[in-house]
Structure formats: structure tokens, C-alpha cells
Design a binder for this molecule. Structure first.
Ligand code: 4AD
Ligand code: MG
Length: 463
């Protein structure tokens, strides 16, 4: 008999047909005549109740003690209307087989474990309600990313993970090398001789696929990347990872306004897909993780994103200057407390801030005529702050060249990127959405380490 998922069985009627289900036992109740146990297989949050009539001798005294929380089972029987409350159907067992026992030291009992505790137990974490829900929402979001762009004719470009250039010019990259760290070859000056390294030059894990994807935007017009990125910043916060996933669309013939509107449409599309497809999981988050989350997200869908220039945002912050530890003034980088205030107290929802001072933004952003600001945009959301960073790109060869030099970077390293401004340059724009921050935003999860299967952060690399 073919096997059904718990999700499919719970969604069907108890018409007494023969079915087969496999999963892991969550809970068990053993009474005089009947054994009840609930199995979960990850297809949804709810479990399927299995009912065993002891008199039928299906489960003997040897098998019964093996039916414990965490054990894996294969059950055949009839799907019938449930006698109990809270579920439509249950499985009246005819055969029960334990595939893998879970001895007494299995740590997932009915009590709740902290997320920190779970991060260290690889086999247990994905079996919890919360992480199961995160996993399903994350999957729905990933699929929705592709649907959104594919429906709009964007091409998915697989940009490299190992790179020869620093996309953000910020220098916080992980190095990739096959040289012996204790005895690397050295040149006459005593410096490490990277010409003898694997790639014949210094190589790193990418911080962003943007520079490479710009090459494809300036040929295929509308493109995007979706892949892992790596940052060696020593940020131990609830919104930073050393390895995270990023979605980076890049559009030729597009200015900052077009970019801003795409970002808003994109976030709203992702939200609507999760609200439609992950009802059970979203109800769970709303109840246990972030109260009022659902109502807030529905409101976001109905309201246009607010928009302020950086200069206006600073003016708003200065009005409330006394409430900040870090005093706001024109030229500073917005701190988490400022982003929180702007989104939560000033606009009460997502906010796009544009036209930041050029000195606090990356070298590739298009310079405004005022000589002070660039065509940057960040999308900020309540609780988390920055979720998207992007810009219109500098498409003027001379301006970009001199900016690279001014910032102490080597223009020769970027000649392949500068060439785009030499041959058929066009206005173009793009942004990066931090995928884990989006998962956090949607679910209300507090710590970014709990929305990725295997978090990597400073001094943290279990498994
Ligand atoms: O603002 P960022 O650094 O922008 C870029 O990387 C551009 N190349 C994007 C582009 O224009 N194509 O990063 C983009 C987003 C941030 O807004 C944030 O959501 C996320 O990536 N992000 C991180 N998420 C988790 N951990 C980190 N350490 C992150 N750093 C950035
Ligand atoms: Mg940024």
C-alpha cells in the first residue's frame, strides 16, 4: 500500500479506507484498553493520531515500551472520523512497526526547550514545532522568490561563491587558500606569494554576487541572484550571520524609483505567499512567537511603504534626539535604535530611506549632483531595521574610477567591472534582500540563528 503524508491524511475524510503512514512519535497515552500516539512527519505541524485497540493484540508487551517519543514508526490501518476533539480523522491501527527506537535519553519531551539549547542538538532541532514551522515557511519563501522573478521575466544567474574581488569594498571577507598556513611560500619582500596559491592570486568567499550579476544585467536586462554569501564581520547580534542567503535583482534601464518600487512589490509578494500557503505555521508564530504578527503583516500588504530621504530621516531623529544613546546628526550611519524609531514610532511600518551620504555607502553607488549623497536605498522594517540594501549604480566611467581610487581601492582589480561603463553603459539599479532577515520578519523569530538550518556566526560552527 502506498504511503501518505500526515498532511494529506489530515486533509482527507475518514472514509474507513486502508492507509499507511510513517513518521516519528510525538506523544503517547497508554490506557487500559487503548493506546493513543501521535505521529508527525514534517509535512505539517499537526500530528496524526493513531489509535490501537489493545484487545486486537497488534501491540504486545514487547512492542509497547518501544512506542516512545522520538521513535520512528510505520503504521497501517483505516482512516476513520476522530472520536476526540481537535482533529477530523484518526488512524485505527491494524499493524504497527517500530523502525527506529528512541531510547530514554531522547531529549525532546513535552516541556519546551530554549532555542539556544536546540542549536546544539542537530537531530532534535528540526523535530520541534517551531523549527518545523520555520523550515516550511523558509521553503515557501524560497520558492516564491523564484516565482516572483520568473513571472516578471528575470533570469536567475548563478554568480560564483569563490571570488577574486571584494564586492562591497569593505574588506570583511573569508579567504580561500590551499597554501600551508604555517609555511606559506614568500616572495623576495617576505610577503606571502599568492601566485603560488591555488588560483594564482588571492581568493575569497563572496560577500555579494552584485558585481558579477551587473555584467549580466548589462546584457540580459533583468536578472537576479539567489545564493549564499559570507561575511567575516565580528557582529554578534540577533540579525547577523557569517553565512547568509541573499537575493539580488539587478535591472538595466532602471533608476532608483524603479528599484524602490520593485523592492516593495517583492516584499509584499513574499508576504502574501506565506500568508496564503502557510496558514497553520503562521497561526503558530502569531500565537507563540510574536503576538499581533499576522495583523501587522496584513496591514503591510494594504499600505504603501513610506519613503524618506536620509536627510529627512535625520531631521525626524533629531526631533527626538534625547531618546537615543547614539546622537543623530547628518553624516552618521543609522544605528539599530534609529532604524527602530523610524519604523516603529515615525511611520509604523516598512520605510524606504534613500539618498544617503556617500561616505557611509559602497563605492559603486551613483553620485547625486549635490556632491554629498548617493542614490542608495535601504528598506527598513519594524523590529529588525534594515532588510534590503540597494542603489542605482554609478554608470559614469570617470566618476566610478575616481571613487574607487579615492576609497583606496585598486582600479586595476575592478577593470572588468569598470568596462561595463565603457561599452554601452546604461542606467541600472539593484538591491539585496537578506533572506534570513525576511524569514525573521515574516515569522517574528527573535534571533536570526534560529531561521537558518545550520547557523554560522563568530565562534559558532557546530556540525
Ligand atoms: O546592504 P548589503 O550589504 O548590500 C549588498 O550586499 C549589495 N551588494 C546588495 C545589492 O545592491 N545587490 O546587504 C544586503 C542585505 C541587508 O540589507 C541585510 O538584509 C542582509 O543583506 N545582510 C545580512 N543578513 C544577515 N547577516 C549579515 N551579516 C548580513 N549582512 C547583510
Ligand atoms: Mg546595507
Amino acid at each position: 500500500m502506498s504511503q501518505s503524508t500526515v498532511f494529506d491524511l489530515l486533509g482527507s475524510t475518514g472514509d474507513n479506507r486502508e492507509v499507511r503512514a510513517k513518521g516519528w512519535i510525538r506523544t503517547k497515552r497508554d490506557s487500559k484498553n487503548i493506546i493513543f500516539f501521535e505521529i508527525n512527519d514534517g509535512s505539517c505541524m499537526k500530528g496524526l493520531q493513531v489509535v490501537v485497540d489493545k484487545e486486537q493484540g497488534i501491540v504486545d508487551d514487547v512492542l509497547n515500551p518501544k512506542l516512545t517519543t522520538g521513535a520512528s514508526v510505520d503504521v497501517e490501518g483505516r482512516l476513520v472520523p476522530s472520536q476526540g476533539k481537535g482533529q477530523g480523522v484518526e488512524l485505527l491501527a491494524e499493524t504497527v512497526e517500530v523502525l527506529g527506537e528512541a531510547p530514554e535519553d531522547y531529549p525532546l519531551q513535552k516541556k519546551r526547550h530554549s532555542f539556544e539549547f536546540l542549536r546544539d542538538i542537530a537531530h532534535l532541532r528540526p523535530r520541534t514545532n517551531t523549527f518545523g514551522a520555520v523550515t516550511r515557511v523558509r521553503n515557501t519563501l524560497s520558492a516564491a522568490v523564484h516565482v516572483f522573478f520568473q513571472e516578471r521575466g528575470f533570469l536567475w544567474i548563478h554568480t560564483p561563491i569563490i571570488t577574486g574581488s571584494d564586492a562591497e569594498g569593505a574588506g570583511n571577507m573569508f579567504q580561500v587558500t590551499t597554501l600551508d598556513p604555517s609555511a606559506p611560500p614568500r616572495n623576495a619582500e617576505g610577503e606571502v606569494d599568492y601566485s603560488q596559491d591555488f588560483f594564482g592570486k588571492k581568493a575569497h568567499l563572496t560577500v555579494s554576487g552584485q558585481l558579477q550579476v551587473e555584467n549580466f544585467a548589462c546584457s540580459m536586462s533583468n536578472v537576479y541572484t539567489f545564493g549564499p554569501t559570507f561575511r567575516a564581520e565580528n557582529s554578534n547580534t540577533s540579525r547577523h550571520l557569517s553565512e547568509f542567503w541573499m537575493i539580488e535583482p539587478e535591472m538595466a534601464f532602471c533608476d532608483l524609483d524603479g528599484n524602490r518600487h520593485l523592492a516593495e512589490d517583492f516584499i509584499k509578494y513574499l508576504l502574501s505567499r506565506v500568508l496564503e500557503n502557510c496558514e497553520e505555521d503562521m497561526d503558530f508564530f502569531n500565537r507563540w512567537i510574536e503576538k499581533g504578527n499576522l495583523e501587522n503583516l496584513r496591514k503591510v500588504l494594504e499600505t504603501p511603504f513610506a519613503h524618506l530621504t536620509y536627510t529627512d530621516a535625520i531631521a525626524e531623529l533629531e526631533k527626538a534626539s534625547s531618546s537615543f544613546e547614539f546622537k543623530p546628526s547628518w553624516g552618521i550611519d543609522l544605528q539599530a535604535e534609529h532604524e527602530k524609531f523610524l519604523t516603529e514610532s515615525v511611520v509604523g511600518g516598512p520605510l524606504t530611506v534613500t539618498d544617503y551620504p556617500k561616505d557611509i555607502k559602497a563605492f559603486y553607488m551613483k553620485q547625486n549632483d549635490d556632491g554629498k549623497t548617493v542614490r542608495a536605498m535601504d528598506v527598513l522594517v519594524p523590529r529588525l531595521g534594515e532588510i534590503i540594501g540597494g542603489s542605482q549604480r554609478e554608470d559614469n566611467f570617470d566618476k566610478l574610477h575616481s571613487r574607487i581610487t579615492q576609497m583606496g581601492m585598486d582600479p586595476q582589480e575592478y577593470d572588468w567591472y569598470l568596462d561595463l561603463r565603457k561599452y554601452g553603459s546604461v542606467p541600472h539599479s539593484g538591491f539585496g534582500l537578506g533572506f534570513e532577515r525576511m524569514v525573521q520578519y515574516v515569522t517574528g523569530m527573535q534571533n536570526i540563528r534560529d531561521v537558518i538550518p545550520f547557523p554560522r556566526a563568530p565562534k559558532t560552527i557546530s556540525f
